[in-house]
Design a protein around this ligand. Structure first.
Ligand SMILES: [Fe+2]
Length: 282
């Protein structure tokens, strides 16, 4: 059903040693790994240096530890279902996480760069990462006549990228070229057609994109970030996620970066538990 070529959208990022090499590897592959960062301050400083002249803001968004995620999941669990019967959840699955771009709830305000800094990997195993070049995936879909229509849909039809009960103010296609020239392709578990007369006709395409991303996630390679390593990701182009883990001492920090190439930059820190989208639009 799926072309075997699609798996070539999976990325095992290169481990490189200089700022220039990380930039080059991100340009080639969408991501790279840089090591030797043993404090969060060092990690943020490196991320800032990487953005260079394009730097606008870099900061820790959240701490992915079992403790912090339990607390956030408890708040989200109290939030109601939306009118389509959809409910938000934080992916605490013991299995592989749903692929996503970070900050998807914030639409145009999502960070254009993501830095996953590993302070302490899960021991003895677990929490391995996967990355998918979603822009490349849409191009691979064009090569197979059975999925060309899906590729067209991804690049041309506006859909709703909102999370349940946190309505964004704009609609856009799954994949697009933004004003700065960067390409963006998105996936998260709540993508939906815009409500209305085309909705029924469009659901199969949205579901097919979802099945395609899940297929690539489940058939592509995984890799492991070690202590002090930071996975530097083009968050517009690349989806990420991880395997489940049980080690309560695993610590991975999600650091978000905005450059001058971002579509929009929020004025304040973003709250992924209770997104205040009205404040962003002001
Ligand atoms: Fe994430």
């Amino acid at each position: 059903m799926f072309s075997s070529q699609l798996t070539t959208a999976s990325i095992v990022p290169r481990r490189v040693d200089t700022v220039a090499a990380v930039r080059a590897a991100i340009a080639l592959d969408g991501a790279a790994v840089f090591g030797g960062l043993h404090t969060e301050t060092d990690a943020i400083a490196f991320a800032s240096k990487l953005l260079g002249d394009k730097y606008i803001r870099v900061g820790r968004q959240f701490e992915a530890t079992a403790r912090s995620q339990d607390a956030e999941a408890a708040v989200v669990d109290e939030q109601p279902v939306d009118k389509r019967g959809r409910k938000r959840y934080f992916d605490m699955s013991p299995d592989r996480m749903t692929a996503h771009n970070d900050g998807f709830a914030f639409g145009d305000y999502a960070p254009d760069y993501l830095f996953l800094w590993c302070k302490q990997p899960a021991l003895p195993s677990g929490g391995d990462s996967f990355l998918i070049d979603a822009v490349k995936l849409t191009r691979l879909l064009v090569l197979d006549p059975s999925t060309t229509e899906l590729a067209d849909f991804c690049w041309s039809v506006d859909i709703d990228h909102s999370e349940p009960n946190f309505q964004q103010s704009t609609f856009s296609p799954i994949a697009r070229t933004v004003a700065s020239g960067r390409e963006q392709a998105r996936y998260h578990p709540f993508l939906a057609p815009i409500e209305g007369e085309s909705e029924d006709a469009q659901w199969p395409m949205v579901r097919k994109w979802s099945e395609t991303v899940t297929h690539v996630r489940d058939s592509g390679p995984m890799f492991r970030a070690e202590a002090g390593e930071m996975i530097c990701i083009d968050n517009y182009r690349v989806l990420h996620g991880r395997d489940g883990y049980t080690d309560p001492n695993r610590e991975l920090y999600s650091i978000w970066g905005w450059s001058t190439e971002a579509v929009a930059v929020p004025q304040q820190a973003l709250d992924i538990v209770q997104p205040d989208l009205a404040a962003l639009a002001m």
